[in-house]
Structure formats: C-alpha cells, structure tokens
Write a protein of this length. Structure first.
Lengths: 330, 330
DNA sequence: ACACTCCGTGAAACGGTTTGCAGAGTTGGG
DNA sequence: CCCAACTCTGCAAACCGTTTCACGGAGTGT
C-alpha cells in the first residue's frame, strides 16, 4: 500500500541502502545516482516512515505538547509557537489536551513518552508529586513554571507588573486593585511578588483582591469588589478577567478610562477587539512555545541552560488614562 | 530506561505473552494471574508502548488533525472536540498547524500518514488537486467541506442563516446586509445559498456585501459599506467579523441593537463577552470534532455514511431587537 | 601489483509487542 | 483408569521500514 524505500530502490535501480543514504547522507552517493533516486522518490510520492526511522535512530521526529485546554487562547498561542518551531525542524507535534485534569495530564505524558523526542509541559497548576512521577520518561521542558531543576521557559510576569504599576503611577493613580488569579499558579505568585515590590517603589497603594477564576466571569465578580474599595485603576490577572471588568464597569455606568483605568495580562487577540482596546501586558506566548521546542531539540543536554527568561511588555491602548478628578465609588 | 512488558513479566513472574494477554485479552488469563500482572504493572508504572504495538497490529492509536490555524477559536474548538473524543478511545492526537498554507498542509498529511489511524482535515480553502493527491495515504474525514465522495462532517450553515433571517424578519427587519467571508469557503457558499433561499421566503431584502477577510478588521471594513446601504440589520460571516461590526458601529455612534441589529456566526466564547452579548448562530464545533473522530474510529469502512450533518442553532442574545423607527444611515 | 578511494550492496539490527503453536495441567465422561 | 476436551501459560517468530555496518568491486595513482 504505502510506498516504501524498497519501491524507490526498485524504480531507481539501486539498493535500499543507497536510497536511504541519498536522503540522510547525500554526499556519500554519486550525484548522478542521487538524482536518479530523488527522481524516483518524487514520482512515487515517497515519504520516509518516521516511525520506522525512529526504530533505529532512536529519534522519532515528534515532540509532545501538553496543555490544560487548547481552547484557551493563551495555550493555543503557546501551542502555535511549538508547532511552528517544530515544523521548522521537520518535526510534528503530538497534542495532549489535559482537560484541566492533572491525572489525565500524567496519563497523556505516559502515552506519548515513547513516541516523542521531548515534551513541553504547560501545566500551571499540576501538583509537584504528579509532575515528578512523570519526569525521566522523556526530556521535559516546562512553560511558565519552575520546578525542581527541570528546564523551563519563563515569562517575566513580575516585570510586567512593574511596567503596569509604573504606567499607572505615572498617570497619577495612587490606589489600584490587583485581581489575582488561581492561588496555585506560578505566574500568579510571580505577579503578586512583582506587585508587592513595585507598588511601594512607585508610591502606589495596591489592594489585593481574590483569588478569582481567571475567566470573564471572574472579572465580572471581581469588579464590584474593586469598586467598593475606591480604587482608580484595576490590574487583572489576565485579559479574560480584564474584559469581564470592562463589561461590568460598563454595566454599572463607570466609564473607562474616564473614571477607571483597566490593565490586563497576556495580550490575547481579543484584547484589541474590545470597545475600548485594552491596555495589557503582553506575554510572549508564541515565542515561549518556540523557545521550549528549541531547548528540546537543540540541546543534547537539556540541563545546560535550565531557565530561559522571556521579557514581557506593556502595550498601552485605550483603557488607561490620567487619574480622574473624582474616583468612581458607588 | 523505559519500563517494558518484559520488566512487568519478570516482576509478576510470568512470561511476556501472559502480560500482553492480561491487557489485551483479559479473560484468556487466569484471574489470579491477571491480578498479579496488573499489580506489577501498576507498581512499575508500566505504559504499553503504542509504537511497538502498532508495529504488529497495524493500528497506531493515534489520530491526526490538521487545521489551518490553531489560534483561531473556531479551529481550536474543533481540535478540542477531536482531542476529547480521541482520549475517550485511548487515542492521542497528532496536530498539524498548516499555517494557512495548502502546501504545508499536504506535506504534514504525508508526514503523519504512517503513524496515524486516520486524519481529520479542516481546510476550508485548500484546492481540490492538492486534496486528492493526499487521499489514499490514510483514512480521511473532512470537516465542513464536501469533496469527491470523501466522508465528511458538515454543519448546517444554510439552516443557520435561515434561522437568523427568520429571526430578523420576525423582528420587523426588511432590509439586511450579509457580510460574506472568503469566496472559496465551502461554508461561505452554503451560507450564501441559505440566504438566497431564506430572504425571499421571509419577504426580506438581502444586500450581499463582500467578500471580506473573516476577521475583526474585515468586520470594521464592512460596517461602513453596510451603513451606506441603509440596512437595519447585519448578518456577518462569523463572530470575529460581527465583533468588528459592533466595534465600528459604536465608533460611528450607531447604537446596537437600538438602531442596528447584528448577528454573528460560530458562537465562539468571545461572542458572549462583548459589551452587548452577541446574537449568533451556534456552530457545533466541538461536536464536529468528536463526530469526525467517531467516523474515523468506529467505522471499519469509512465510506458507509459519507456525510454526517450537524445542526446549527441561533442563540439570541442582546444585539438583535425589533426594527427601529428610523434606520441608521449616515 | 599494490594500496587507496569511491560508491554501492547485502544483511543485520532496531525494539516492544502480539500471536500461532505447543505443552502442561486439570477436569470429566465413558 | 484412560483419553478427550478444555484452560491456561510459555516459547519464539513475526511485525514494520529504516539505518548502518562490514564488505566488495571498480577504477585510479604509484
């Protein structure tokens, strides 16, 4: 059925070894022979069988990516980065959608382990025990999380918070709310840390609220609490929440950025599609995906550079403005 | 390194065949032996090597999914459906992000073909020639597209348009704009067909505009054209466009749904997060993904049921309202 | 004639699993 | 008590397409 190296060999009138070499070590075969082989392969539509190749080389040409939820724009962006970089290196990606369930996650990692050259793991909330059970099966790199010496690509959330706080401070805001996401999230911790460092330095009072679910609804829920605390600006854990905030503020008749400034986190596509385009801290999600695959592929010893930090950047759009004369409290 | 069937056999003090059988044909081994094997496997953390199994059974336990862009919420939803259903059947999914490039698409299909049991192909715009070159390598099922006898799962876009038009007609609208998406899209054709059938039947005049890119910007661009044509409602090719329309209408001071009704297509998550939650035609994207995998897995002869139609449904939210007294033209 | 290079060949891995076949043990009927 | 039938387990081959090792033949320079 499928066309193999043998068919190509027969058509090109050479041996299978020659065909193999024509592809893998081209300058070891005579140019003329190579031409014959390549032509035969072309007209037969030959594609090397990666599984069989992996059998002998030990490298499968596949890389695994596990995310908690593909439909979440943050993770689909990371995934896209992985896929792009993998394709550049002639690799294919295995996707595991863990459906937010750590047990499933571990199980998927196990199922993939044998047929991939490495796994990039985006699981902000999986507990360490599960994680360590899984280590060693296959080279692993974490995204946006550090855990016991495992290589990781990290986004500098704390610095993002600093930029956001400085921006607000420069606009004259002196009392801002921070809407925190899931308590167990590594990124969440870092952001909180950044906040606690940046706020005093900028002479800003930060009101910490939450934790809230990192969703649109979470933002809705958080808004009323923030309003009750008399802040003039809100910094949300992510864009989804920020959009919820925008929505709720509109419903309560608070104008943005007139009466209240709002900043999100991530810079998902949707952030620039709100009625007032959202000021947000851009997380380099695709870049992180690419970097993770880089580490997996380039590095024979994946422990060489344990952590790769990627910068974040504040994108100022339309939801932040100078401090209003009178804060919005109702 | 990896724990194999042999390790389990040694620990359980049985032969490898018995271990194999304990997993694949459980009632062929003595219950007590089976218990011993299962326990040994458990404590060793044994996971069968799917690649090796595929070697002899011919089935890999993998299914391939190719989409033009994972970051597009429509496709990530389909993908999620595929992943969910695949996991239920103990399968893993291979993802190929074709980056909107048909050549890449064909290449990826080729690369995956040998290591999957079937491929679900979401490529609304790939040309037929490329498509046929790829057929036969591996069982294939199309999503939202019909092409020469290939099995497909389809969403009833035309009926969705009918529902939308009837809804608008019932609200008193008599002149509506349809903002079409990419000309070569199968879904687009069907929607246009549905429109041309439904509009006269409902005594509604449909102004066809476009094609526009199926994006936020496309919606922005289309809005001014629609306004110039003096319509009271807009039906957009997808939610992304509809959100662009909402945005542009707000910028031009046209109130929604007061002066203009807007309907989208797809019902992506974002549709319910706009300032006025978007009325839209829900496309069963996840269900489509699941159905596609179903066809691939359940059906030994994938030609049995060539086309599976999934219903669409109008979700009425806040962007549609009865016809205003005076249409918004400026 | 010898050594050497260049290029191509045949055949052996590669490897974890499934599976056909046979044998060991047990049961039951004649 | 013997043989047939049945149940369970073990041995070893087969599975796949590729890479790669060891080798040989032809040509070339010395």
């Amino acid at each position: 059925m499928a066309v193999t190296i043998h068919h190509v060999a027969r058509v090109a009138e050479v041996s299978v070894s020659t065909v193999s070499r024509a592809f893998t070590v081209p300058d070891m075969v005579h140019p003329q022979t190579r031409r014959k082989v390549l032509q035969a392969a072309e007209e037969l539509g030959y594609q090397p069988n990666r599984a069989a190749r992996g059998l002998v080389t030990g490298r499968t040409g596949n890389i695994g990516v596990v995310v908690p939820d593909v439909a979440n724009p943050f993770f689909s962006a990371v995934l896209k980065g992985c896929a792009a970089r993998a394709r550049g290196a002639q690799h294919v990606v295995f996707l595991a959608d863990a459906a937010e369930d750590p047990r499933v996650e571990a199980e998927m990692v196990g199922a993939m382990a044998k047929q991939v050259d490495g796994i990039v793991l985006c699981s902000p909330r999986e507990n360490s025990a599960e994680l360590h059970r899984v280590v060693g099966t296959s080279p692993l790199v974490l995204v946006n999380r550090v855990e016991g010496g495992l290589p990781a690509v990290l986004m500098d959330s704390a610095d993002g918070v600093r930029q956001a706080v400085e921006h607000l401070a420069a606009l004259g805001h002196r009392r801002i709310a921070y809407l925190s996401g899931p308590a167990a999230s590594w990124a969440g911790e870092k952001r909180l840390g950044g906040l606690r460092a940046a706020a005093p330095a900028c002479d800003v009072e930060a009101v910490e609220l939450g934790p809230f679910p990192p969703t649109f609804q979470g933002g809705i829920q958080a808004t009323d609490l923030a309003l009750a605390r008399g802040v003039t600006a809100v910094l949300a854990f992510n864009d989804l929440m920020a959009i919820g905030v925008l929505n709720r503020l509109a419903a309560r008749g608070v104008s943005v950025p007139g009466q209240m400034s709002v900043i999100g986190f991530d810079d998902i596509e949707m952030a620039s599609m709100t009625t007032e385009p959202l000021t947000t801290v851009q997380m380099p999600m695709e870049a992180a995906g690419r970097a993770a695959v880089d580490i997996l592929l380039d590095d024979p010893q994946p422990a060489t550079e344990l952590q790769r930090w990627l910068p974040t950047q504040l994108i100022v759009r339309s939801t932040t403005a100078p401090l209003p004369a009178t804060p919005a409290t109702r």
